[in-house]
Design a protein around this ligand. Structure first.
Ligand code: 5SP
Ligand code: CO
Length: 223
């Protein structure tokens, strides 16, 4: 199973984003946290910024929408050329309709789930998605501690994905370090978002390699 490491530019220097993109050449995708100050108590980038990042980034964008009413706003991020667009199930009115709309616009469709949201009601719709993001911190801020009690949810999803036979990536986001990445890998994650662990390192590209090695060395990834 491939291991994907997606650095979150939430932890990068906002005044030098193009330069920061040049420090993460080993990344699989660049994770972009869009926050609207309503769904979460923080405000980051919007569509104009994502469109421009898309133009200058040599690595495709993995857009994580932490916003109210994604049914209305998410398709534009797919039209802007994002590789994947992930919205929160807690905020969407019609997740299946929205997932289809994202795929129709050429993006991979992602479903994100907050730590306290159960996954069971959504298991029957996972084939509508290309990735499911299990939040391992409360969305809104970088630099928080990994919430280990989210792991059973990941394991439930991993079973459901295996049963479906579909190629659905399982992503974790929040508090991912060289230590916690192995815990998430054991529970079935294959795609890892890391903000502080990458951008506070002296060499972000080396930090990506170290994270990849820590995840890939886990025996469960090779079953
Ligand atoms: O979506 C979010 C936070 O809401 C994340 O993508 C964070 O940016 C991850 O940051 P670290 O926990 O790795 O510092
Ligand atoms: Co995120």
């Amino acid at each position: 199973m491939p291991t994907r490491i997606n650095p979150s530019i939430l932890a990068a220097d906002f005044a030098n984003l193009e330069h920061e993109l040049g420090r993460i050449r080993n990344a699989d995708l660049v994770h972009v946290d869009v926050m609207d100050n309503h769904f979460v108590p923080n405000l980051t980038f919007g569509l104009q910024m994502v469109t421009r990042l898309q133009e200058v980034s040599p690595i495709p964008l993995d857009v994580h929408l932490m916003m109210d009413d994604p049914d209305r706003w998410a398709p534009a991020y797919a039209e802007a050329g994002a590789f994947s667009v992930t919205f929160h199930v807690e905020a969407a009115s019609e997740p299946i309709v929205l997932a289809r709309s994202l795929r129709d616009r050429g993006a991979r469709a992602g479903l994100a789930i907050k730590p306290g949201t159960p996954v069971e009601p959504y298991l029957e719709m996972i084939e509508e998605f290309d990735q499911v993001l299990v939040m391992t911190v409360e969305p809104g801020f970088g630099g928080q501690s990994f919430i280990r009690s989210t792991m059973p949810k990941l394991a439930t999803l991993a079973d459901a994905v295996r049963e479906s036979g579909a190629d659905i990536w399982l992503q974790v986001d929040g508090g991912i370090t060289a230590e916690t990445i192995a815990i998430a890998a054991e529970a079935g994650a294959d795609t890892f978002v890391a903000g502080s662990a990458v951008f506070t390192a002296d060499d972000p590209d080396e930090a990506i390699l170290a994270l990849r090695a820590a995840a890939a060395s886990h025996p469960h990834l090779h079953r």
